[in-house]
Design a protein around this ligand. Structure first.
Ligand code: NDP
Length: 484
């Protein structure tokens, strides 16, 4: 097995194995080959993770922020030094092309570690003068945080959750998706190599049930989930039982609006980036592409041309631009949506079938035109390379239709009229919007959803709010005035 890790879990600074846990085969999506086998965490493993995190966090909270920062920065450097090796593992784990993983995965994780290292020493409280007396506030860590990841950006998610948690004095127990369990183990190894004390970043493997046990434990103060809306509902409800803090990064069905006056090449490029990166398995994807009537024909012609030029193939080949879907289950789901699109009368412009090497879970990048709002492919998150193009004529109408969804993760506008760009994003119900761009998520930017797409924000200074809590201290400088 070409990607077998040293052990399934990483706990208290060490690799930990317990073969009594149910086996999980890790499959390279391009060939179906089993590349590793890990074991689901047993109750004993989960207990070790929780106990060590609870112990280590108490010490870590007392470490000066600049010292915490130094360790995180060292980890960021190690990740950058090993970008190639980490990207190759990410490609095996997820099937994403090496062309993408070398720029978007470990690199983004390193950015998060570096950014939060920089932010850690800047977190301070306030003072409120009250005449004779005063109040000061302290931003304290929450305690033990649980991170639960989806399978599309395993390294990035492990870092986006781990970096702010650790920077602000918390411990993290991370459960990767059972589909992509490998790279979080590498993140844990690197953090400890950089000097992180044992117990502060633990990785436990398992399916949803392991996540549920972690979320329910009284020692856990916060849960950050990246996953689908149905899983978000379950995890949020479990966390609510213990009145725990949550960050929910959930799914979407985001609108991308292209006005007649947009630059054609940029608009087509934006739509491609909004639908086909990572084989379309990106939560913020702009999968409802609303195109104004005047540009529609030119847009579709160029879109078809550029889509058909996308190179599918072995994701390890640097020339490959699109890999397979992550799993057989995801392939079936996406093929089901393509059938629904055809059945409901959407016009297939290109794709719509399996492609690439037979043994892998590949789908040709697919574009449907003449899609209408009530079609299933315009309402549900597909999480595959399937773009739905819808027509519109008037700005007010398209804004209303763009907002007519339970989701609110992201949105994009392409227009030559910047005033219109700002006016439209102001009216769109979404956590992250782009004007003449799509899917750029630098660590400096708050990222997260509104409506059913989630609560809380990751990255940026906003993460301070989500990984710390405020303690207020009233200081009385006089006598106590008691009426008794
Ligand atoms: P899932 O919701 O299926 O799973 C997410 C994680 O939750 C997995 O680790 C899963 O474990 C775990 N889990 C499942 N059930 C429970 C439970 N009852 N209690 C605790 N943990 C549980 O999502 P996918 O992995 O399929 O990822 C795709 C989804 O993630 C899409 O909807 C996508 O939009 C969303 N996503 C959102 C992002 C954002 O930032 N907003 C970014 C990336 C993806 P297991 O894998 O073992 O089932």
């Amino acid at each position: 097995m070409i990607a077998q890790p040293k052990a399934s879990h990483f706990i208290d600074g060490r690799h930990v194995e317990d073969a009594a846990g149910a086996p999980i085969d890790v499959i390279f999506p391009a060939t179906g080959e089993v590349i590793a086998r890990v074991h689901e965490a047993t109750p004993a493993v989960i207990e070790r993770a929780l106990a060590s995190a609870a112990r280590a966090q108490k010490e870590w909270a007392r470490v000066k922020p600049v010292e915490r920062a130094r360790i995180l920065r060292r980890a960021a450097d190690l990740i950058r030094d090993r970008n190639q090796e980490l990207s190759e593992l990410e490609t095996l784990d997820t099937g994403k092309p090496i062309q993408e993983t070398t720029v978007a995965d470990a690199a983004s994780g390193a950015d998060a570690l570096e950014y939060f290292a920089g932010l850690a020493p800047t977190v301070t409280g306030e003072t409120m003068p009250l005449g004779r007396d005063f109040v000061y506030t302290v931003r304290e860590p929450l305690g033990v945080c649980v991170g639960i990841g989806a399978w599309n950006y395993p390294t990035q998610i492990a870092c986006w959750k781990g970096a702010p948690a650790l920077a602000f004095g918390n411990a993290m127990i991370f459960k990767p998706s059972e589909t992509t369990p490998l790279s979080a183990l590498k993140v844990a190894e690197i953090l400890h190599e950089a000097g992180l004390p044992a117990g502060l970043y633990n990785v436990v493997q398992g399916r949803g049930a392991v996540g549920a046990v972690l979320v329910s434990d009284p020692r856990v103060a916060k849960v950050s989930l990246t996953g689908s809306v149905p899983t978000g509902r379950k995890v949020y409800a479990l966390a609510a039982e213990g009145i725990r803090h949550v960050t929910m990064e959930l799914g979407g069905k985001s609108p991308l609006i292209i006005f007649d006056d947009a630059n054609l090449e940029n608009a087509v490029g934006g739509a491609l980036m909004a639908n086909f990166y990572s084989s379309g398995q990106v939560c913020s994807n702009g999968t409802r592409v609303f195109v104004q009537k005047g540009i529609k024909d030119r847009f579709l012609a160029r879109l078809k041309e550029r889509t058909e030029a996308i190179r599918l193939g072995d994701p390890r080949d640097p020339d490959t631009q699109m890999g397979p879907l992550v799993s057989a289950a995801q392939l079936d789901k996406v093929l089901g949506y393509i059938e629904a699109g055809k059945r409901e009368g959407a016009r297939l412009v290109t794709g719509g079938h399996r492609a690439g090497p037979n043994s892998g879970w590949f789908i040709a990048p697919t574009v449907f035109a003449d899609v209408t709002d009530e079609m299933v492919i315009a309402r549900e998150e597909i999480f595959g390379p399937v773009m739905a193009v819808l027509d519109f004529e008037h700005e007010e109408d398209v804004v209303r239709r763009a907002n007519a969804t339970e989701f609110g993760l992201s949105a994009g506008v392409f227009t030559g009229d910047l005033a219109r760009g700002h006016r439209v994003v102001a009216a769109l119900e979404a956590g992250t919007c782009w004007i003449n761009a799509y899917n750029l998520t630098p660590v400096e930017t708050p990222f997260g959803g509104s409506k059913q797409s989630g609560v809380g924000r990751e990255n940026s200074k906003a993460a301070i709010e989500h990984y710390t809590q405020v303690k207020s201290v009233y200081v009385n400088l006089g006598d106590v005035d008691a009426p008794y």
